[in-house]
Design a protein around this ligand. Structure first.
Ligand code: BGC
Length: 743
């Protein structure tokens, strides 16, 4: 009950209302909906549950809207068309119910922000919220009232192309940032004319696709589901997310669009979600090839009984729901509730009052503020992985700008960009030509795109490097190599980019590598040829100037990895918050040191790879700065924590360098013995701390036993008594350590 009240008050706060105002508003809304429902025919009700794709449809569609057969479109983005379709719905359909218009606005509509994985590297909820706000403002100008974001699939497999859309591998980080994204899209109130409804997706487990192969089956057992995969969704629902989308995968044999345990027991009964659930594109119909439904009628029955409110494009509801209700196989009460859920979101969005776009209003798209917000996001999303005294560059140095990503305006935007325009993208090369005009540079792209295997210009690259003081090599992935249905089994730098890097390094000049990619690539083999590596997940419209700001020290890198960077693809899945084996590695021999015909047990029988050990290339949370930070004086307010109580952990961070900078301090815990095995570390807090050169600050984290709660053996969520380790530090592998006991 207490949790419910907290959730309710959080919901109210997020919608700018106090609890009393909210209940009066809600009562008014529910009455409006019930009155409307009484007037609707069954066909109209089913129409509300039907979403179609605009692109596929002829003009006869107007008739269907007029007849009340369609509740939503995805992918209309022309405001004039939106207004016309809304006019038909409002003026000509029997009960004047507006449409809700959805589109995948994943990291910006026109002003493109870093891909979500990049935004996650900022460890900054405000950056994520600001990005979603800009996206909402630009979308609403087009008549889009609903986005299919945030994607909160925990992703621990860089082969999976959709890792780009995720907020990384950690449930706590994804939860905090996902809630921020919801706040950004939905604004202070959904009814604000700049707000759009968020849709948290994909419920659930999609990121755990076996082998990283998109759409693949998942096998997430109940404790893992509860403790890891569901957490960010719950946070987003608590933040007021208006809608939720099911996933394509089957988990343990049950496709998500047919899983009543998820949609009814967890989402509705436990979390009290009162928005609506949309199935993913044809995911309902796909239960037939899955082998879970025998035909389209079966599909409609399974999904209607599981709790899908709105069907995306596959139209089994309009074809069969009526028949199923008449046969008593689907209940009318369920259908009424599904329609209520949909109407509630339309009502909250203010669509019944004004569904139209004001096409005369001045546009904020690509405004100076939007571009500046995107630039700041790209700055905070970049991660400095290596720096051997080469960065920041001096403006007096001549640079050789080399590589396919130096001027790739389309690819720099990343995956899931339908509306962003490359003509508006500022690439690093363009930023040199427009903003950083005093830099002396020579440009040799050498490769036309990341997959280009033509080595004929390698000599030109060498000449360019020889003529300069420093070579800056822009490598990475084209945007088409990540995203939906773009999984890879080899995640090395693609094509001949590694060879290009070697050729440049052979000149003896210092080499800075800038990588723009949709996933963590396996770059260990490239590191010897780079004196510095600045990693940017695809950084969006303003990536170019942001990167130059960082290279020239106008901005100081502060991003941290939201995912583990593996050494070899064969180490996947590798993530920091794993369980311990009974045989953690103690000693790892080098392959070449293993004696010929060594005896069977001579390598110690512990858990590691003979060829790549047990450690990643870079751990979760890792990222360097031009500043140096020292942590000291970790102190806990108490080492004995009563159940229900909390403690404060204090630590001092000093910037020991002569450069101002920002450090992301991270707090991790380990519950040493649990009723189920607990992860070796779990992120429980993070703070961005800005420190002037030479400055020290003492920061505090508060940890309560609620923060330590998990779904244990008995499948209830609670903290358990016992010993805990706690670390505060600069990444998941380093930190000062303390101990406490929960009594
Ligand atoms: C994707 C969703 C997306 C939907 C609508 C599907 O293929 O999985 O994430 O929102 O299409 O475009």
């Amino acid at each position: 009950m207490k949790k419910l009240l907290i959730a309710l008050s959080l919901f109210c706060v997020s919608f700018g209302l106090n609890a009393q105002q909210k209940s009066t508003e809600d009562a008014k809304m529910e009455k409006f909906i019930n009155d409307l429902l009484k007037k609707m025919t069954l066909d109209e009700k089913i129409g509300q549950m039907n979403q179609l794709n605009w692109g596929d449809i002829s003009d006869s569609i107007k008739t269907r809207v007029r007849n009340g057969e369609i509740g939503s479109f995805l992918n209309i983005y022309d405001p004039v068309q939106v207004n016309e379709m809304q006019r038909v719905a409002i003026e000509e359909s029997p009960n004047k119910i507006p449409l809700i218009i959805g589109r995948d606005v994943i990291h910006g509509l026109k002003t493109i922000f870093p891909i979500p994985l990049g935004q996650a590297a900022s460890f900054n909820p405000q950056v994520v919220e600001n990005g979603a706000r800009v996206a909402a403002i630009e979308s609403r100008e087009k008549g889009i009232t609903w986005t299919f974001a945030p994607m909160l699939d925990i992703s621990r497999d860089a082969r999976w192309g959709r890792i780009a859309e995720s907020l990384g591998e950690d449930p706590y980080l994804a939860g905090e940032l996902g809630a921020a994204m919801v706040r950004g899209f939905q604004g202070k109130s959904l009814s604000d004319p700049t707000s759009i409804a968020a849709c948290v997706k994909h419920f659930i487990g999609y990121g755990a696709a076996e082998g990283g192969r998109d759409y693949n089956t998942t096998n997430i057992p109940i404790h893992l589901l509860r403790n890891v995969y569901l957490h960010p969704f719950q946070k987003a629902v608590e933040a007021g997310a208006a809608t939720l989308m099911t996933s394509f995968n089957d988990n343990d044999g049950i496709p998500a669009s047919g899983n009543g345990f998820l949609l009814k027991d967890i989402l509705r009964n436990e979390w009290k979600f009162d928005g609506f659930v949309v199935s993913d594109w044809e995911s309902m119909r796909e239960m037939i090839p899955h082998g879970f439904a025998k035909d389209r009628k079966d599909v409609a029955m399974i999904s209607a009984n599981a709790g899908i409110d709105m069907e995306m494009v596959s139209e089994t509801y309009p074809d069969y729901l009526k028949e199923l209700i008449n046969e008593g196989k689907v209940s009318m009460t369920d259908v009424d509730n599904y329609v209520r859920n949909i109407l509630r979101v339309k009502y909250r969005l203010g669509l019944f009052t004004n569904p139209y776009v004001d096409t005369k209003k001045a546009s904020a798209t690509y405004s100076k503020e939007h571009l500046q917000t995107a630039r700041e996001a790209a700055i905070q999303s970049a991660i400095l992985l290596k720096n051997e005294n080469v960065l920041p560059l001096k403006e007096t140095q001549k640079i050789a700008v080399i590589g396919p990503m130096a001027d790739a305006p389309h690819d720099q935007m990343g995956t899931w960009v339908f509306d962003g325009e490359k003509a508006h993208t500022v690439t690093p090369l363009k930023a040199l030509q427009t903003e950083y005009k005093n830099i002396n540079y020579v440009y040799e792209p050498v490769l036309k795109y990341s997959r280009d295997k033509n080595t004929s210009d390698f000599e030109k690259a060498k000449k360019a490097a020889e003529s300069a003081d420093v070579a800056v090599v822009f490598l990475g992935e084209e945007s088409i190599l990540s995203g939906e249905a773009h999984s890879l089994s080899n995640i090395n730098l693609i094509g001949v980019q590694s060879e290009l890097l070697k050729a440049v390094k052979s000149t003896g000049k210092p080499v800075v590598v800038v990588i723009m990619a949709g996933r963590p690539l396996t770059i260990e083999r490239d590191l010897p040829y780079a004196d510095a590596v600045l990693y940017n997940f695809h950084p969006g419209t303003m990536g170019g100037p942001a990167i130059l700001d960082l290279l020239y020290g106008k901005a100081n890198p502060s991003g941290k990895l939201p995912v583990t960077f593996v050494r070899e693809v064969g180490q996947i899945p590798m993530y920091y918050n794993h369980n311990n084996t009974g045989r953690p590695p103690q000693w790892i021999p080098k392959l070449e040191d293993i004696a010929i015909e060594a005896p069977q047990t001579s390598l110690g029988n512990t858990s590691f790879y003979l060829d790549s050990g047990d450690k990643p290339l870079y751990p979760f949370g890792y990222g360097l700065s031009y500043s140096k930070f020292e942590y000291s004086n970790l102190a806990l307010s108490t080492t004995e924590l009563a159940m229900g109580g909390s403690l404060t952990a204090k630590v001092t961070i000093k910037n020991t360098s002569n450069v101002d900078g920002t450090e992301v301090a991270q707090l991790y815990v380990r519950d040493l013995v649990g009723s189920i095995v607990r992860p070796v570390k779990e992120l429980k807090g993070f703070q961005r701390v800005s420190l002037k050169a030479g400055e020290s600050k003492t920061i505090e984290f508060k940890i309560s036993t609620d923060d330590l709660a998990f779904w244990g053996r008995d499948l209830t969520k609670k903290a358990e008594q016992g010993d805990f380790d706690l670390w505060i530090g600069t990444n998941s592998a380093d930190g000062l350590k303390a101990k406490f006991v929960v009594k």
